[in-house]
Design a protein around this ligand. Structure first.
Ligand code: AMP
Length: 418
């Protein structure tokens, strides 16, 4: 017989793990709402063009990692699973005429993303992101606000040592000249470039800057810096973002090699790392400004900025730091009975407790009272509600399991008592 397993690079989140996810997803929603970001949900698949245009064709995400869906119909359209949330959200912004809403439109989403990546620790083919986007504000204040939001999310989750790396990647006014300077500089050093990097040099030279190859890291330390080639507008923007971060008390480090993998970024680019872990391709999250993206996807020129925080890697990092959230999953009360056959009576009482908001389990097996009580204790319940002879006069016994004490309580006052 064939036995089936979850697809390579994907995994089941079992009940032993899901409380950790809930403990991040709920605060993510709350935090976004506190900062004025409203929930949006976009489909997990989009027309492939949304990503080819919106992420860029010469990127790892589109060239190598896109999960393309083979068309089954005559519609002739090509679809792909979303590798990141921004392009789809911006597609929705354009499609629904959000340009006419009060700007900026501030949106939040948490959900799965898909990349055909080589699976390893912290790198999956389906992973989850908490995503924030502010569309329609040119910054620089909102750039700092969003970075601060990200750092607060990590801090609230209990993670320590998170470092913000910050850079600017210029804009169409100054970046082309910088890319020329950079390309010329690499061309003078082709002997030192690994074959793979040599291949990308003519197509997307910026990507060489964030290569994790050790020989490239050493070489890149001497590469021309974008910050020395900014136009006035970009330089002022970058300085203002830093000033706002200082005032908000958000520590950051300017990292000239940070360019991010996506084509649509302009100006502000940032990533979140655990300090000391920068070399491992394991950014916890990242984001940046994408002032050209709305237009690229068919809208009016509109600035935007956002981030995507990976939840899988955050949970790994929390594990490493020994942070486990306290999430109660045990029932507060288990309803047991002296008459093993009276499942109706036990279920009725449990239903009333649940209706009153108390997590309760009814013992539905037909086993002896002693066994039922043992199971209640194993469940970690605080109270065992015991149905016995007193039920005839409208009462039940309530046993406080940790304390070992027991008393008679009228059914009508049971929820209040518990
Ligand atoms: P990126 O758009 O590549 O900067 O990704 C943003 C964040 O998503 C990263 O910092 C990671 O936390 C997370 N992420 C990206 N790719 C993966 C993956 N294959 N597996 C798990 N998390 C990922």
């Amino acid at each position: 017989m064939t036995t089936f397993r979850a697809a390579r690079g994907t995994r089941d989140l079992l009940p032993t793990e899901t409380p950790r996810w809930t403990a991040l997803e709920r605060p993510a929603d709350d935090l976004a709402a506190r900062y004025g970001y409203q929930r949006i949900e976009t489909p997990m698949l989009e027309q492939t063009g949304v990503f080819e245009r919106g992420v860029g064709e010469v990127t790892d995400i589109v060239e190598k990692e896109l999960f393309r869906i083979a068309p089954r119909t005559e519609e002739g359209e090509s679809w792909s699973l979303r590798p990141e949330p921004t392009a789809g959200i911006v597609r929705a912004y354009v499609q629904h005429g959000m340009q006419t809403w009060p700007q900026p439109v501030k949106l939040a989403m948490t959900g799965p993303m898909f990349r055909y990546d080589r699976p390893q620790a912290g790198r999956y083919r389906q992973f989850w992101q908490f995503d924030i986007e502010a569309i329609g504000d040119p910054g620089p204040a909102i750039d700092a606000e969003i970075i601060e939001l990200g750092t607060r999310f990590y801090a609230d989750a209990g993670l320590t040592g998170v470092e913000v790396q910050l850079n600017t990647i210029g804009d169409p006014a100054c970046r082309p000249a910088y890319i020329e300077v950079l390309t010329a500089w690499y061309r003078q050093r082709t002997a030192q470039l690994p074959a793979f990097e040599l291949g990308r040099l003519e197509r997307n030279p910026l990507r060489l800057l964030d290569s994790k190859d050790p020989s490239m890291v050493a070489l890149n330390g001497h590469a021309p810096r974008i910050t020395d080639h900014l136009c006035d507008a970009c330089a002022q923007h970058f300085a203002a973002v830093q000033e706002h971060l200082h005032v908000l008390g958000v520590p950051f480090r300017v990292e000239p090699g940070l360019v991010r993998g996506l084509d649509y970024y302009t100006r502000t680019a940032f990533e979140f790392y655990i300090a000391g872990r920068e070399g491992q391709q394991q950014a916890l999250g990242g984001g940046g400004r994408y002032d050209g993206l709305v237009e690229l996807l068919g809208g009016r020129p509109t600035p935007g900025i956002g981030f995507g925080i990976g939840l899988d890697r955050l949970i790994l990092a929390l594990d490493e730091q020994g942070v486990t959230p306290a999430v109660a999953v045990a029932p507060v009360a288990v309803v047991v009975g002296a008459d093993p056959d009276d499942t109706v009576g036990r279920l009725r009482i449990a239903t009333a407790l649940r209706a009153a908001g108390i997590p309760a389990r009814a013992e539905l097996g037909r086993r002896k009272l002693g066994k039922q009580l043992e199971a209640a204790a194993r469940d970690g319940a605080h109270f065992a509600v015991i149905l016995g002879d007193e039920l005839a006069s409208g009462d039940v016994q309530v046993r406080d399991l940790p304390a070992g004490s027991q008393k008679v309580v009228p059914v009508s006052g049971l929820a209040r008592e518990i």
